[in-house]
Design a protein around this ligand. Structure first.
Ligand code: DAH
Length: 346
């Protein structure tokens, strides 16, 4: 019996030393100290032994039991420590590793050009004013000298809001141009006025490379005593040269807009070919960039400005056309599709 205990002891210790984790340790405990474990079985069989042997074997077996339990506790402690260390190792952060670069945003090309345009006019004494994108018929047409049934309304026939007055008329629309802001501003102020009024405009369009149903315009207005067409030309000439290069030449030709008289269209000589004719200017040598004119006396009267005392000039231009020309962008629809492959180029 004592030999058997010695065997159990050396086998148990040898096994214990080679255990790798807590699960194996539990199996080890069961096989020696569990209810059917080999040591437990010896302890159970003690009563069957003759008295003298029982005393000797009993003492040795109990000592072995205490010894194994001690070793078990010690091993359990060490395995637990090792497992915790492994977990810590896995959770470790190397603070010396370089971080991931944060993708930096940038301004949309429309915002960039808008800021450039605003700063050019600001340096010439113009303030920047914004107004509503949902507009009344009155500001969009009526006050701009386009009464009901005026044929020029067709140019800006657009998206009407589903709202009817008592007599069945729909007086509200998404503004198709920024010109109504001229009226709003003049209603609120007394001359002198120098302002540009940028913003989104909407058109009912079958979209294509040069037509979008939403785009930006910048409206301009200057009203004071003694403003003439020369002021209009000088201001817009300076603007064109700052935006497209000092060597630019400009061309003014007659055009018709109901809210100005006379009305003009301004073109710049092509900054790609210098006027010889190329793909960008369509072989023309000139690129039209805006409409303008002297504010119509009827428009001034509408806001109670006396046209005998005050005169003014106004202009309006599409904003996206400028970067399209400058950077050779061939499709206006690219601006608002939010495709990063496009946007990241600016
Ligand atoms: N509102 C016009 C358009 O959308 C552009 C325009 C032309 C504005 C002449 C003006 C102007 O202020 O004087 O086509």
């Amino acid at each position: 019996m004592l030999n058997r205990l010695e065997e159990i002891k050396s086998k148990a210790i040898a096994e214990l030393n080679s255990l790798a984790d807590l699960r194996e340790l539990e199996a080890w405990r069961i096989s020696y100290l569990g209810r059917k474990g080999s040591l437990t079985q010896i302890l159970r069989s003690l009563p069957e032994l003759p008295l003298e042997e029982r005393r000797v074997v009993g003492e040795a077996a109990n000592k072995l039991k205490a010894f194994l339990e001690e070793n078990l506790a010690e091993k359990r402690r060490r395995l637990k420590e090792a497992e915790e260390a492994k977990l810590l190792e896995r959770a470790k952060v190397d603070v010396t590793l370089p971080g991931y670069p944060t993708p930096l945003g940038r301004l949309h090309p429309t915002t960039q050009i808008l800021r450039e345009v605003c700063s050019i006019f600001a340096s010439m004494g113009f303030e920047v004013v914004e107004g509503p994108e949902v507009e009344w018929d009155y500001y969009n047409f009526e006050a701009l000298n386009m009464p009901q049934d005026h044929p020029a309304r067709d140019m800006w026939s657009t998206l009407w809001i589903d709202f009817e007055t008592e007599n069945g008329q729909r007086p509200m629309l998404l503004r198709p141009h920024t010109s109504p802001m001229q009226i709003r501003l003049m209603e609120q102020r007394k001359p002198p006025i120098r302002a540009i009024m940028p913003g989104k405009v909407y058109r009912y369009e079958a979209t294509d490379a040069t037509h979008e149903s939403m785009f930006y315009q910048v409206e301009g207005l200057a009203v004071d005593k003694g403003i003439t067409l020369a002021n209009l030309k000088g201001t817009l000439y300076e603007f064109a040269r700052r935006l497209f290069g000092r060597e630019r030449r400009v061309r003014f030709r007659c055009d018709y807009f109901p809210f100005v008289e006379p009305g003009v269209e301004m073109a710049i000589d092509c900054f790609i070919c210098g006027g010889k004719g190329c793909r960008v200017c369509g072989g023309e040598g000139w690129i039209e960039i805006l409409g303008a004119g002297m504010v119509h006396p009827k428009v001034l009267e509408r806001v109670n400005y006396d046209p005998q005392i005050y005169t003014g000039f106004a202009f309006g231009m599409g904003l996206e056309r400028i970067p399209m020309l400058k950077y050779g962008i061939d499709d206006i629809r690219l601006f608002y599709h939010n495709d990063l492959r496009f946007l990241e180029q600016f």
